[in-house]
Design a binder for this molecule. Sequence first.
Ligand code: NDP
Length: 338
Amino acid sequence: QGAQRRIGVALVGLGGYSRDLLAPALQLTRHCRLAGIVTGSPGKIPEWQGKYDIPDGNVYSYDDFHRIADNPDIDAVYIVTPNHLHKPQTLTAANAGKHVWCEKPMAMDAAEGEAMVKACRDNRVQLTIGYRMQHEPNTRRFMAMAEERPFGRIIKLRADAGWFGFRDGPSDAWRTKPEFGGGAMYDMGVYCVNAVRYASGLDPVAIRAWDETARRDIFPDVDETMRFLLEFPGDIVAECTTSFGRNLNTLQVDCERGWYVMSPFQGYEGNAGRASDGTVFEPQLGKTPRMQAEQMDQDALAILNNTAPRVPGEDGVADMRVLDAAFESARNNGTRIE
Ligand code: NDP
């Protein structure tokens, strides 16, 4: 009967993703409600309060956000800020006794991710990462196929994620700055890493990575394009490319006796795909932002029922370990890192 109650969610950072996807998605959920906001932009407050009926007492700045501890309206805090803020804000929320939903990439590196997992464990709150794909039906089918192996042994995976953006220079400043966790690898390469892990059911044992940035004028300090090769146990390999300079959105799994592919594999409207035996994977979730609504409902049910979330913090840490190794390899021109 716990599931009758709605989880009160506070969004931290009222940028593009919160405004255009998560706040509208919260209106579609069955187990959540948008209860509060945390923002560094006072100018955004009146519109958000008006649109979503948020009382004054549930509006916070980054400086007084720790006071959320005293607010029984808010059960979970959803961190949707630039990447360098994910760790400190997770610690603040966890220490305030609130469950944490954190956007990808979970942190700047694995050590930060581990500290976040520990803080949430110590405070007995859940930590889940905003990998919305893991709530998408076709992706869940692919995850099951990693176990079922319908075409025999997996031999090779490919995951490419990118978009041709920033044509007119950096409109979205933090995504081009290293100190904010900018660059394609943090932004979208992390989807490739998560995808080859969930599509194989395995963690990689080695990586080689190359920074292939073409437009250094636009990206002087971060990677525009990264290519990386992962080795998994059992001679399985994965080839990945992520880029701010190319439109890419494919996850392919090649097996002994066939293949299956999703393209897009990270679409807002749900993923579509097919397999070598003629199977077609039709998009199933419906219009944007149904995917985000499904994600938040699942994460709310985990809180209400006190069960493990689908995408625990540890899943994000595993990806951060791969990113750490990828950056180290790329700095050393593709050296193999175990
Ligand atoms: P935006 O730049 O659109 O918004 C970020 C917001 O964070 C800002 O509007 C601001 O909100 C707040 N903020 C706090 N400090 C800073 C700072 N120093 N510089 C800039 N903004 C700051 O980013 P997105 O909404 O696109 O991305 C936010 C997070 O969500 C990222 O981690 C990103 O990876 C993730 N994301 C995930 C997606 C997914 O599909 N899962 C899709 C898009 C993004 P305020 O003014 O309220 O303080």
